[in-house]
Design a protein around this ligand. Structure first.
Ligand SMILES: [Zn+2]
Length: 339
């Protein structure tokens, strides 16, 4: 067995066994208490006040078992959980086990019976945590950048209290080509592995959708590879970007040996396969969260303590709970793009 084979064998072990292995090898215990990480960071001033980002805060008693702080700058108090997904979870004693099961991508039913919580709780926790992935690991793109959209059929899976009636499926669409009961996801990747998957709109994408998804994250001098979609042309022109167009209908798959969109097209296939085989399809309302999950798993796939690293990043995000509460509003806005 060579190093890579051993590594991939280790990665196929459950998280708890991976930790055990690291403990054996290093002779000291790897932290498996994910939630104390943020407390340590606050005590050691490695992170700012969640309201104003100042480091001028001090310990200020306790609040329902969590440590409270007072900020000298903005005169507000906060706890170690404020704003993060941790604040939205009451049975904190179960979080570490929940995170292990989630990281192993166990079904909600399995989590329900393993932790004796109801399925709705398991679902809500999943989406609170996934909401925290939205803005982390979003570096700028540079060099050769590939971007292309892919489509998921609109799904109301699990939305029992849906205000909007789901569109009837199976009928014939009055429009040609891409119909607006399909959700467009813009997938972008550069060659160093920076990635973005943005649920953009219902139906065909426009220039502004691309701008919103990746416009602020493209470094100067980058080269954008896309298909012949007119919206990408417009976006590249507006952004003063060099663009290489690859038209599959003209059998233009690779230009000059290096320009192609095969990495994003392979991402399209992988993310769809993952959604279908792991979750048997997901609701459109939560699609962005699953895109976040896929992206973050990819971003940390080479980390030896992937789970710990993901949680560390995710508990840094102090806007998670407000983002989670806006899931319905964002869904309404998405559906409103149907013409
Ligand atoms: Zn403050």
């Amino acid at each position: 067995m060579d190093y890579q084979q051993i590594l991939s064998a280790i990665r196929s072990l459950p998280a708890a066994e991976q930790r055990q292995l690291v403990n054996e090898l290093t002779g000291h215990s790897v932290k498996q208490d994910y939630i104390s990480v943020r407390r340590e960071k606050l005590i050691n001033k490695q992170t700012g006040c969640p309201h104003c980002n100042s480091l001028k805060y001090y310990r200020y008693g306790k609040d329902k078992g969590s440590i409270r702080f007072m900020c000298k700058e903005c005169k507000r108090t906060f706890t170690e959980y404020s704003g993060t997904w941790l604040a939205g979870i009451h049975k904190k004693g179960l979080i570490n086990d929940y995170l292990d099961l989630m990281h192993e991508q166990k079904s909600l039913d399995k989590i329900k019976s393993a932790l004796h919580i109801n399925k709705k709780t398991a679902f809500d926790w999943r989406h609170k945590i996934l909401s925290s992935f939205q803005e982390i690991e979003k570096q700028d793109f540079n060099g050769i950048i590939e971007s292309d959209e892919t489509f998921f059929l609109q799904s109301d899976k699990g939305n029992r209290h849906l205000k909007h009636k789901g569109r009837k499926r199976g009928g014939t669409s009055s429009k040609r080509g891409i119909s607006d009961d399909q959700v467009a996801v813009i997938v972008t990747a550069d060659r160093k592995g920076t990635m973005d998957l943005t649920v953009a709109t219902m139906g065909r994408i426009e220039k502004k959708d691309i701008q919103n998804a990746i416009g602020s994250r493209i470094s100067k001098g980058s080269i954008l590879c896309t298909d012949g979609h007119v919206s990408y042309k417009g976006f590249a022109m507006d952004s003063n970007l060099d663009q290489i167009v690859l038209r599959a209908d003209l059998k233009q798959h690779v230009k000059q040996g290096i320009y192609h969109i095969q990495n994003v097209n392979s991402l399209h296939n992988r993310v769809k396969k993952w959604i279908d085989s792991t979750f048997w399809g997901v609701s459109t309302k939560y699609l962005q969260n699953y895109m976040n999950w896929f992206r973050i798993e990819q971003a940390f796939r080479k980390s030896i303590c992937a789970e710990q690293d993901m949680i560390d990043c995710s508990t840094e995000d102090k806007l998670t709970l407000s983002r989670y509460r806006q899931i319905n509003v964002r869904y309404e806005m998405l559906i409103a793009t149907q013409t």
